[in-house]
Ligand binder design. Sequence first.
Ligand code: NDP
Length: 331
Amino acid sequence: MEFKKLTTEVKTVENNELKETEHVKCLIIGSGPAGYTAAIYASRANLFPVMYEGMQPGGQLTTTTEVENFPGYPQGITGPEMMEDLKKQAARFGTDIRWGMASKADLTSRPFKITIDHEKVISAETVIIATGATAKYLGLPDETKYAGQGVSACATCDGFFYRGKVVAVVGGGDTAAEEALYLAGLCKKVYLIVRRNVLRASKVMADRVEKKENIEVLWEHQTVGLFGENGVEGANLIYKKGTTEEKSVKINIDGFFLAIGHKPNSDIFVPAIETDNNGYIKTVPGTPKTNIPGVFACGDVQDHVYRQAITAAGSGCMAAIEAERFLAENE
Ligand code: NDP
């Protein structure tokens, strides 16, 4: 089925502000592997998608160095290069890729109204949310200083570079436990830096961590800085901060992994869109369908379990196929 490109632009005045409105068949919000893959499929299906790239065009992968686990790149590829390739592929089939952030979403009725950068309103027949998630950092200046030089927020992405080395994971939840166990399979030693005297992780994960010989849990430690000449060589910690037993501890490490949680970028879609307690968009299992017909979610904004580029790309494909079906059924 062929879809006509709608180019209607309407100018309206709302609260004394001039707002431009543009009507589109398919609006894609976010530009990681999920968003670009959705764009490739949606443009090849003649949905003439418009994509707003968001604050970090290319998403989280643009902050990693080498990507070696995305099928099709036997020599590996850098995150930014891969995102640039995906962008070119989406543009090649006609995706209208634009710079801008969705700042407000009215999903109460179709067509949906998405405000971009607080000024322009896009009226969309279907919306694909691919806004991703943002890894939480401790907020130390050293995390920025050593970004890509020993600091990572993804063990599955970067752990391989630390084979046979000593690394630290910060956090006490399921992600930290999972990342520490993953790294323990690759590295000589893994320190798990936990701020309390207990893990938040599920019992089964906590047990696995405590039984793993090459994981040393540093209970009640907080990281205050990193050091190293050419990349991370160690971390400065404080034990029992604020108590009479407080003392400084120095550990020598080659890699420092943050695992203190992710924040899904779903705020502007709530409460219309249903999320779980952590803000991840709920989808019908095995599909990208949200609680609102015509609105689909793909990638990390709806996935706290796998969080891989390849799974995000797969879910982006599914979202575009569902958007196409939805339009065909509701035209
Ligand atoms: P969580 O919010 O569960 O855990 C975050 C951890 O980081 C906590 O231990 C917390 O400490 C610690 N933390 C937070 N801020 C700081 C800080 N500033 N300094 C030091 N430590 C800090 O996040 P997760 O990503 O682990 O998990 C998110 C959700 O995803 C959970 O529901 C989890 O169960 C789920 N999940 C499920 C998996 C699975 O089923 N396979 C795998 C991974 C996650 P404190 O405990 O003191 O608050």
